[in-house]
Write a protein that binds this ligand. Structure first.
Ligand SMILES: [Zn+2]
Ligand SMILES: [Zn+2]
Length: 263
């Protein structure tokens, strides 16, 4: 499996992706908002885009579909619940569905509600598993639930699915928010040494050569995976004095999501 992360350099800081079969050169474009950059990247690699995957229905993920289909004739794939929201969908996806690219690539669909209720993450198995997680999981952060989502569902997705993936899973999110998100991590957990250590480099990073994190690193620097950390809970109690001594992970997640909305 060949992966190309494409920095759009737009105001929303979107990442687009190409995932290709090394044998046939067939490629799938993930959320190709910047269709011109995606097409140029495919051309430079000698790849042919035959499928488009929208992780979810928001315009900053689907806005390039029309031009991409016009240029390539690619099929549009998305969560089956998005069929009334994404024009021209060719295939509706659900949990455990498989997307094949060329002869060598198979991606498993995870049904990951929370950011919206029609959100798919793609999981590539293999020696180096990889997760294309749209707006569900960000580097050092979690998607918001303002536009069609539910925080309790996002919690279930984090704990019930994402946290259980192999530690070495590479994380490919839909936006570059790492520097800002590390600020929230340190606001919630000022003694998080790892977050503190990488913040300067992340503030200065060139998004065309962005750090690709692993799930193991996310579990260190992403507050939304640190629901039983004593310092996270201690600090949370300053904002919510009614919090019990040993709050359950769901309560911690929901309170963190609430604080992040205002942060
Ligand atoms: Zn979104
Ligand atoms: Zn987005």
């Amino acid at each position: 499996m060949l992966t190309e992360q494409i920095w759009t350099a737009n105001a929303y800081r979107n990442f687009n992706y190409l995932i290709a079969c090394g044998q046939t050169g067939e490629a799938l474009a993930v959320d190709p908002l910047d269709h011109e950059k995606c097409l140029a990247a495919a051309k430079a690699k000698g790849w042919t885009i035959t499928q488009i995957l929208n992780t979810h229905e928001h315009r900053d993920h689907t806005g390039g579909n029309q031009a991409m289909v016009a240029a390539t004739g690619a099929k549009v794939l998305a969560h089956r619940n998005a069929k009334d929201k994404i024009a021209g969908m060719d295939r509706g996806l659900g949990a455990r569905d498989v997307i094949k690219i060329g002869k060598t690539v198979e991606l498993e669909c995870l049904d990951t509600p929370g950011h919206t209720m029609a959100h798919i993450c793609l999981l590539a198995h293999g020696d180096k598993p990889a997760l294309f997680c749209g707006d569900t999981l960000f580097n050092a952060g979690a998607g918001n639930c303002h536009n069609g989502g539910h925080p309790a569902e996002l919690f279930n997705t984090f704990v019930g699915q994402l946290a259980k993936l192999p530690d070495e899973t590479l994380i490919y999110p839909g936006h570059d928010y790492i520097a800002n998100n590390l600020g929230f991590t340190l606001d919630r957990e000022p003694d998080n040494a790892k977050a503190k250590a990488i913040l300067p480099a992340m503030k200065a990073q060139d998004p065309t050569k962005a750090l690709v994190t692993t799930l193991a690193l996310e579990k260190e620097i992403n507050t939304f995976f640190r629901l039983t950390s004593s310092s996270v809970i201690r600090r949370l109690r300053e904002a919510f004095p009614d919090l019990p001594d040993a709050p359950d992970p769901k309560t911690v997640f929901l309170k963190l999501r609430e604080l992040r909305n205002k942060w």
